[in-house]
Design a protein. Structure first.
Lengths: 158, 437
């Protein structure tokens, strides 16, 4: 075998091996997707557009990004995943997110008012939505509530 | 034009991240700087320097994780120090990298790029990663150190992997979390090269083939964000040092001790692996002084870790579950234990199909036992195997959790963590001319 043939053979084997690797780790697919989809779009496709089951990533991201408070604290309750422990919470994807234990700012994911009602005790959440007002955000299946302080006011009037 | 630029910037940053990782792997110890440090480090292979430097970097980051020093300051301090070393060695660097190791460097870059792009494409994080590890990484990213555990769910869990994640995330130009995870992939690729280069082949393409085979057998995208890959890689590095000692019949490299130091800070099971590896180290290390000092150091660090967990976090549960002998001796009959053992075997078999490397491991172990029996060269690997089997049975027999759930969610990862070590037995068989490549 001539030197030229040997070099060609080596190059051929090298290319073949690289193609094998490429197929296994989706190399060309990755290049294509990285070229046409930005990071934000890839995140949306991974964790869900709008209020998509299970994580409703887009809704959460928009709500957290648009919050103007210095400390972005919310109580997030996903009515779909709480009953399915094998779905992890995606709260850790949001860097500055603080958990609002007082439940002043409540985000309900996969919440349908007609089905779940206003008292959510049966859905692992000790909250009565009669004491909250809903912020309209234009997403079906997700909702953002802020606690009223009217109940204390009512007591004083009485 | 603007859209094109935006897309390209991610590629450029991935390239830059890889450049940084390679740069950090080339210093402080290499063939040229060894003149300024210790002459005994001279004439090692490039892969040896890469492994040693990465271990040193990880230990350095472990130390920094206990301090209040900002990650960015740490990053630029390391970079500045390495740039000085780079200036010292610049004359020979191009010759060493381009002339002597060109093909292997090209393959190394290609494999890294292929895996990095896959990580960048698939941003999905697995269960533990989202619920546990990413929370810790966020905490470090926002400037906390080991002692600040605000809102972290399991503060007693080892933190080093997530600190490294946050470190490379913070130091990347784009503020994107997956850049931090690229280090894990990089270490994984390095461990595969260590295994592959243990097989002395006359053609580098054969080594490339071994690397691809190992990727096909071990690369598991469902483990994104998990710390198991660090354990896999570190145990693989340990195997590499042992293999080098056996193959060249020389003293064991002292940097091996960094691995048992790092392991307990990556994951809880790392504590047990450290004990097993130190046992093997003590068998192989002939120098009594080193044997005593290094064993003492590792035991001291493990005890310090326990102490810090209990003292700072006021937690008695170091591990995920209460390990208590009464779990098998009290109200559980003999039949229950037999059932548990059956389940362990069943789910182990399941894990073998999930991670095909385990099937290869099993074949290697059988071949080694059949061909060489308990030859002294294989003894470290067989010792580790015996410890590992005992460890796995002990965990699942003692667990108070539902054994089926526990096995389903963890045994495949536990078996994968140590799977790289046994491949070196095949390299030993090759050296003994039982087969040719």
């Amino acid at each position: 075998m001539t030197k030229k043939n040997k070099k060609f053979k080596s190059f051929f084997v090298f290319t073949l091996l690289f193609l094998l690797l490429s197929v296994h780790v989706n190399f060309f697919k990755s290049i294509y997707l990285l070229s046409f989809r930005g990071y934000d779009e890839r995140m949306l496709r991974t964790y869900g557009f709008g209020c998509e089951i299970p994580n409703a990533y887009q809704f959460l991201k928009r709500r957290i990004d648009e919050d103007t408070r210095e400390e972005k604290s919310f109580y997030i309750h996903n009515l779909y995943t709480t009953q399915r422990y094998w779905y992890p919470s995606i709260n850790s994807l949001f860097l500055n997110l603080k958990i609002d234990e007082s439940k002043e700012h409540l985000i309900l994911l996969n919440y349908i008012e007609e089905y779940h009602g206003l008292n959510l005790k049966n859905f692992n959440l000790d909250v009565n939505l009669n004491y909250y007002h809903k912020k309209p955000l234009g997403f079906t299946g997700c909702a953002y509530f802020i606690k009223n302080h009217w109940e204390f006011l009512d007591v004083r009037i009485l | 034009m603007c859209v094109f630029y935006k897309k390209m910037i991610e590629y450029l940053n991935i390239t830059l991240q890889l450049t940084v990782l390679i740069f950090f792997s080339f210093f402080p110890v290499n063939n040229f700087t060894a003149n300024y440090f210790l002459l005994s480090f001279k004439n090692l292979k490039l892969i040896n320097y890469f492994i040693i430097n990465n271990l040193l970097l990880i230990v350095f980051l472990l130390i920094m994780s206990f301090t209040k020093i900002e990650m960015i300051i740490t990053f630029y301090s390391i970079l500045t120090f390495y740039l000085i070393l780079f200036v010292l060695s610049i004359k020979n660097l191009s010759k060493y990298l381009i002339k002597d190791n060109l093909l292997i460097v090209i393959i190394f870059l290609l494999v890294n790029f292929a895996l990095f792009f896959d990580v960048a494409r698939d941003l999905h994080l697995a269960w533990d990663a989202l619920e546990l590890w990413k929370v810790k990484a966020n905490n470090f990213y926002l400037g906390s150190n080991y002692f600040d555990v605000n809102e972290v769910k399991y503060p007693q869990y080892p933190h080093l992997g997530t600190y490294i994640w946050a470190f490379f995330w913070k130091s990347s130009l784009l503020d994107i979390e997956y850049f931090g995870r690229l280090h894990q992939t990089y270490i994984y690729v390095l461990s595969l090269f260590a295994i592959s280069l243990s097989f002395k082949c006359n053609n580098i393409l054969k080594n490339f083939f071994i690397i691809i085979l190992l990727i096909v057998l071990t690369y598991n995208p469902s483990l994104r964000g998990y710390q198991d890959i660090y354990i896999f890689s570190l145990i693989s590095f340990f195997g590499y040092f042992i293999y080098q000692k056996i193959r060249f019949n020389k003293k064991i490299n002292d940097f091996i001790i960094l691995i048992p130091i790092i392991l307990p800070w990556i994951k809880n099971e790392g504590i047990f692996y450290t004990i097993f590896l130190m046992f093997i180290y003590c068998i192989l290390q002939k120098d009594l002084f080193k044997r005593f000092v290094f064993s003492f150091l590792v035991i001291f660090l493990i005890l310090a870790q326990f102490y810090m967990n209990i003292y700072y976090f006021n937690l008695n549960n170091i591990f995920q579950v209460d390990i208590d002998l009464s779990n098998i001796t009290n109200d559980q009959g003999f039949l229950f234990i037999v059932q548990k053992i059956y389940k362990i075997f069943f789910y182990s078999a399941h894990a073998f199909f999930k991670n095909p490397i385990l099937i290869i491991d099993l074949l290697i172990i059988i071949a080694c036992f059949y061909l060489t029996k308990f030859h002294k060269d294989n003894l470290p690997f067989f010792t580790f195997l015996a410890f590992n089997i005992a460890f796995i049975f002990a965990i699942y027999l003692l667990t108070p959790a539902d054994i089926k759930w526990h096995l389903q969610t963890s045994i495949d990862r536990l078996l994968l963590q140590t799977s790289a070590l046994y491949i070196y037995m095949l390299a030993i068989l090759k050296d003994k001319k039982f087969f040719k490549i």
